[in-house]
Design a binder for this molecule. Structure first.
Ligand SMILES: C[S@@+](CC[C@H](N)C(=O)[O-])C[C@H]1O[C@@H](n2cnc3c(N)ncnc32)[C@H](O)[C@@H]1O
Length: 217
């Protein structure tokens, strides 16, 4: 080992929050939580899929989070989808697709190219129907032990995002993920119940402010 590599080995690594801040993504607020789940995977050849490149209709804008992931996972490959053309952000270890997060054909095509989907991060439209549709398509495609993360869950309470101020409204994204908490217990049910794929395959459902993280068994 050279003196320089010896020194690098003892230097603390840059945190996800610091990398995210440098690239200018508003994900910074989630990064301390993410570090706890993603830190153990940092040097693995992870394949991460993010919905939402950022910058909306401006083809040159956005890309902050895909660059953050590429740097955080030095052995990883980042795949991302946006409704708008974001191909300008493609580079080595970053693949960008165009399409809707509710289109099963696009999502299956991305999964086929990825070969293995270890992490899904939904930072797309944040509309409840879209969040639920993406989860229903993608959770079965996630690798065993994989993580499914949904950001900005607070939009579940906003009618302009297909959510509701009624906390018992079943069609919102938070209501949907809350039902998975019941699904986790479904083996103990004494009443008749047909468990969903997610009920049978979720290992945990962790809620945080504005965030839910689900691990697949
Ligand atoms: C909040 S931004 C993503 C920010 C980025 N992930 C970051 O952290 O820097 C949301 C992006 O999702 C895209 N989007 C919105 N609706 C979508 C949909 N239905 N399917 C795919 N992408 C969508 C928007 O065009 C926008 O660029």
């Amino acid at each position: 080992m050279t003196a320089e590599s010896d020194e690098n080995a003892t230097m603390p690594r840059e945190t996800l929050a610091s990398i995210a801040q440098r690239h200018g993504t508003d994900k910074v607020r989630y990064c301390n939580t993410y570090e706890r789940y993603l830190g153990p995977l940092r040097d693995q050849p992870v394949r991460l899929f993010e919905i939402g490149v950022g910058g909306y209709s401006d083809p040159a804008a956005g890309g902050a989070s895909v660059r953050t992931w590429k740097e955080y996972f030095p052995q990883g490959v980042v795949y991302a989808l946006d409704y708008y053309d974001k191909s300008a952000h493609e580079e080595e270890r970053i693949r960008i697709f165009r399409g809707s997060q509710t289109d099963p054909d696009v999502l299956h095509r991305i999964r086929a190219e990825m070969e293995r989907m270890d992490i899904v991060l939904d930072d797309g439209s944040h509309r409840s129907p879209d969040v639920i549709a993406s989860f229903e398509i993608l959770f079965p495609l996630l690798a065993p032990g994989g993580l499914y993360i949904v950001e900005d869950l607070g939009t579940s309470y906003w009618t302009s995002y297909g959510g509701s101020e009624d906390l018992l409204e079943p069609s919102t994204s938070v209501s949907y993920f809350k039902r998975l908490v019941d699904g986790l217990q479904s083996a103990s049910f004494r009443h008749s119940y047909v468990p969903s794929y997610a009920d049978l395959n979720a290992a945990f459902v962790h809620f945080y402010p504005n965030l839910v993280i689900i691990r697949k068994k």
